[in-house]
Design a protein around this ligand. Sequence first.
Ligand code: LMR
Length: 396
Amino acid sequence: MFEHITPYAGDPIFALVDAFNQDARPQKVNLSIGIYFDEQGHLPVLQCVQEAERRILAEGGAKPYLPMEGEAACRTQVARLLLGEGNAALAEGRVATIQTVGSSGGLKVGADFLRTWLPDSAVWVSDPTWDNHRSMFEGSGFAVHSYPYYDSATGGLRFDDMLACLRGLPARSIVLLHACCHNPTGVDLTAAQWDTLIPVLRERELLPYLDLAYQGFGDGIAEDAHSVRALAASGLTFFVANSFSKSMSVYGERCGALSAVCASKAEADLVMGQLRYTVRRIYSSPAIHAARIVAHVLGDADLRAQWEDELAQMRSRMIEVRQALHAHVTRLRPGRDFSFLLSQRGMFSYTGLTAAQVDQLREEHAVYLIRSGRMCVAGLTQGNVERVAQALAEVF
Ligand code: LMR
């Protein structure tokens, strides 16, 4: 029956995690998968999440199926978090938000929905992007192309080339954009660049599809949602898939959402109906524990304040280890410019290392990066950063 199946080569990110876990060298450092570790190298369980879970257990609620679109309190809180309290699009009922199985679930539901309702469109992703973006949209039947993004010469953004490419796209093309903390490069558009991009999206009648997996890891909750709020204010129709995996450190709970900001309430209602049907065909309904965590943390003033504080601590720690790595590696290789470590935002930095250099780092120094040269800085600590800098200085 299955003799003809081709072997799965493995996922480039998860395969490295497996290899790291099997590595017996005590000095090993995991800078591969996008997971935030604390200064002790542990995956944190946030205090706000622990308290939310204590309350959920104390409430002792039954565990019925959630509706296809997820729990109402969770969806309301997510929409407010993305768009900001009192946002006009929310007040006008133009936003259809569903709770999803992580933001990957949201991206996939959105991809299947769009393939049904915009079947002639193609998808455009940044060059480079998260590997799974392409696979997901191709898996839904789309042709996937890329627009210029990362400038390997400067470690920055090819903004003019990106705009020129988008200006040439057919109407209704779907443009996947990273709202903040670009994965894999850490190179983001500035607020001013978003404000230049949005009129182009409008003129060309393009459909922006935002991936917001790292809200709060860049500059702050509101700052990292600038693109969402600016697009909503512009009146454009767009999608945004967001995640709490990183920002609440609840990876395996699969807390995410998908929102469609539409031209009118009537359109949002239609979209909501078809999103529900799309969910029903894939996983039927999302996870109740995930909904309760998100609703408690975002909906209770004390837990919300605690979350913002814990999120700020994670953000600050990532900036501090970036600065420490920059200082060490600049001292060790004085002629070389490592300023990209400071300018890139969030968990990821694109180092410019070749696949061969990444292999050397792993084999000779037990330092694990993705073979594209992406480094997850959230795996650095004040205890390992100097050794990582020495390893980098050797292979560069
Ligand atoms: C990553 O890019 O490392 C994370 O988003 C985890 C994943 O699912 O790939």
